[in-house]
Design a protein around this ligand. Structure first.
Ligand SMILES: [Zn+2]
Length: 177
């Protein structure tokens, strides 16, 4: 999200302010905020597809200042696109009784989509805040295609204002299998 970052793409910065506002709303309602941060060892398998980035302990692996974790926020690190590649992830979610995930961040067609589709496959209800995600668009329509793929998989596409009003799972939402 920062111009000197290894995987910087300009539109990523556009979601910082919406993310700050969304996080404030969610925290105000007592809903847990979970950071899922790219953090790679030097020999990460991801570096076969991407240049080295977000190395463990480096500046690049830290969260941008505006979004620094606050007291009570949960922070997990991942070494691939999906949150669920981290073994503790699902234990954590189930421990909190989470049935509905609200996703935001970067990048739409990579980590956001991978997390969303993995969560759907595991029986979670998934909502993506469309105005708090951003796509790299190496190919012009990658982001649009990712939204279509997520929608096709049953992901709810929403926005920050709606998510802030209604962040708690409804009783009629699909339970775990
Ligand atoms: Zn990565």
């Amino acid at each position: 999200m920062t111009p000197t970052g290894k995987l910087y793409f300009p539109t990523g910065q556009n979601i910082i302010k919406p993310l700050v506002r969304l996080k404030e709303s969610i925290r105000g309602l007592g809903v847990p905020v979970l950071y899922v941060n790219d953090t790679h060892p030097e020999n990460s398998e991801e570096f076969s597809a991407w240049p080295p980035h977000c190395l463990v302990g480096s500046w690049g692996a830290s969260v941008v200042e505006e979004l620094s974790p606050q007291s009570g926020d949960l922070v997990l690190h991942k070494d691939s696109l999906s949150f669920f590649s981290t073994p503790v992830a699902e234990h954590l979610l189930r421990g909190f009784g989470v049935t509905h995930l609200y996703l935001a961040g970067v990048a739409t067609e990579y980590c956001v989509m991978a997390c969303a589709l993995d969560a759907m496959a595991r029986g979670y209800v998934v909502t993506v805040a469309q105005d708090a995600i951003s796509s790299v668009d190496i190919n012009e329509c990658d982001g649009e295609q990712a939204l279509a793929d997520m929608l096709q998989a049953g992901v709810i596409l929403s926005d920050c204002a709606t998510v802030s009003r209604n962040p708690v799972a409804r009783p009629n939402e699909r339970p775990f299998p």
